[in-house]
Design a protein around this ligand. Structure first.
Ligand code: SF4
Ligand code: SF4
Length: 460
């Protein structure tokens, strides 16, 4: 028994009986496509190049999740830098919202890895092996055979390369190169990580494709609240195009000749003439397609173009200055200011001096001994040694079993030390001292501490 058919509009990637509708967009090499291709290849070069770049001996970017260390532009951030990371995330979030209010989903069409790799790496490979849209559709109907198999082998190799580059952001390029020299039998975990990532990349670009944008990506879902009618979108000029009519242009009809070139070009399978839709990634492939048709029928270009919804619907100019395009940059400036302020106060270590557990002091009749616990949090990305001293108090001696104290990168250690002072140093049962801890990256801090001892009343 066949499945019941859906009524009304279904997803562009589904047929009305629920089966997958394969999108095979036709390539129109217009000016938008050329500019996007240049942008895409610059981004691909950036993505492949970043793991090789070091700043001050550290990677430009390294997201070491197992060790919970994040290195950006040569500076390592730890979980204790939660405020900084939160401010950074919020800044990126607000910047995306602001950019969306201004230029709509330009990110999706021009810079999102899903679009960049799909349109400028995997689809060109697909056309190389399977030919143009019509040939690909024929292979869909009749079976792909050797050509499709060869294409999938090429896809798999490219996926493996991309997966390796992607992983190098998390493990570092040196570690990754070392892994590639090992047999899987020697190192199963890295091998499985690389294999699983390769499988996911292959699945996404070979099969899942535009569904990542139309079904999975949350950004598409929230765009309706981020955009307003003055945001830049790719839109169809209904006033000029309608009423549409097939065939040669007619003076009593709009400019749209219903040739369907814009629909055939769309990588998400929608018809831009139905208005703004959440599947639209603002790639402007439909605009290039339509401009090609307009040029052929000798009509002005731009029936489909980048523009504000208001302008497309009413031909009135766009209102550039509006509350959201002012409020978002102000929020962004505040966040970046806070990020800078917190970042400039960031120290390479945290030191806490605590009283020892147990009796506050011991007294042997001549000298008083107090136990201190020194807690050192190394906030750098390197192992470091910290020297502990008492300053300005020659009469008080420090006994430290481990000095300097070694603390691993990003780790925290607590060590017990002892301050020994003649009883005469104590006034009213107290002696103020200063503990100095110094270490990596010119770090030095002095912490005041109060030693407790016998008071005069308890004198023997
Ligand atoms: S490509 Fe242009 S003319 Fe052809 S159907 Fe689309 S909007 Fe109409
Ligand atoms: S409608 Fe046009 S701009 Fe939107 S995704 Fe399709 S081709 Fe790209």
């Amino acid at each position: 028994m066949s499945a019941p058919l859906a009524h009304g509009r279904v997803l562009p990637t589904l047929n009305s009986d629920g089966t997958r509708r394969r999108i095979r967009p036709r390539l129109y090499q217009g000016p938008h496509h050329s500019r996007r291709r240049v942008t895409a290849w610059l981004l691909i070069a950036l993505f492949a190049g970043i793991p090789w770049i070091e700043v001050g001996g550290k990677p430009l970017v390294l997201l070491d999740v197992p060790r919970r260390e994040f290195t950006l532009v040569g500076r390592t951030f730890l979980p204790t830098d939660g405020v900084l990371l939160m401010l950074l995330m919020l800044s990126i979030f607000v910047a995306v919202i602001w950019a969306t209010a201004l230029v709509g989903r330009a990110w999706c069409g021009w810079a999102c890895p899903q679009t960049v790799y799909m349109e400028f790496l995997f689809r060109p490979i697909e056309r190389l092996f399977e030919g143009r849209r019509e040939d690909q559709l024929r292979l869909d109907r009749e079976g792909g055979g050797v050509r499709r198999l060869a294409k999938n082998v090429a896809f798999f190799l490219v996926s493996a390369l991309l997966a390796n580059i992607f992983l190098s952001y998390f493990v570092g390029i040196k570690t990754l190169l070392a892994w590639t020299r090992l047999s899987p039998l020697q190192n199963w975990t890295p091998f499985l990580v690389v294999a699983a990532t390769t499988g996911l990349v292959f699945f996404d670009f070979a099969f899942f494709r535009e569904q990542m944008c139309t079904v999975i990506c949350p950004y598409a879902r929230i765009q309706s609240v981020l955009l307003d009618k003055s945001s830049l979108i790719v839109g169809y000029d209904k006033l000029r195009g309608e009423p549409r009519a097939k065939g040669k242009p007619r003076s009593d009809r709009g400019d749209c000749i219903d040739c369907n070139a814009c629909v055939a070009a769309c990588p998400t399978g929608i018809d831009i003439r139905d208005g703004l839709q959440l599947e639209c990634i603002a790639c402007a492939q439909c605009a290039d397609a339509c401009d090609g048709i307009m040029a052929k029928i000798k009509k002005p270009l731009g029936l489909i173009r980048y523009g504000a919804q208001t302008t497309l619907e009413t031909q009135k100019p766009t209102r550039m200055l509006r509350p959201r395009v002012v409020i978002y940059p102000v929020m962004l400036a505040v966040l970046l200011g806070a990020l800078f302020a917190f970042g400039s106060q960031r120290v390479p270590a945290d030191v806490t001096v605590l009283r020892g557990i147990g009796a506050p002091f011991t007294f042997d009749g001549r000298a008083v001994t107090g136990e201190l616990r020194i807690k050192v949090q190394n906030r750098t990305g390197e192992n470091a040694r910290y020297r502990i001293e008492l300053v300005g108090t020659p009469a008080v001696r420090l006994i430290a079993p481990e000095n300097p104290l070694e603390v691993a990168a990003g780790a925290q250690r607590t060590t017990a030390v002892f301050a020994v002072a003649p009883r005469s140093e104590f006034k009213a049962g107290r002696r103020e001292i200063v503990v100095r801890v110094s270490g990596a990256q010119g770090f030095e801090t002095s912490v005041p501490y109060r030693l407790l001892g016998p008071s005069e009343e308890t004198n023997p």
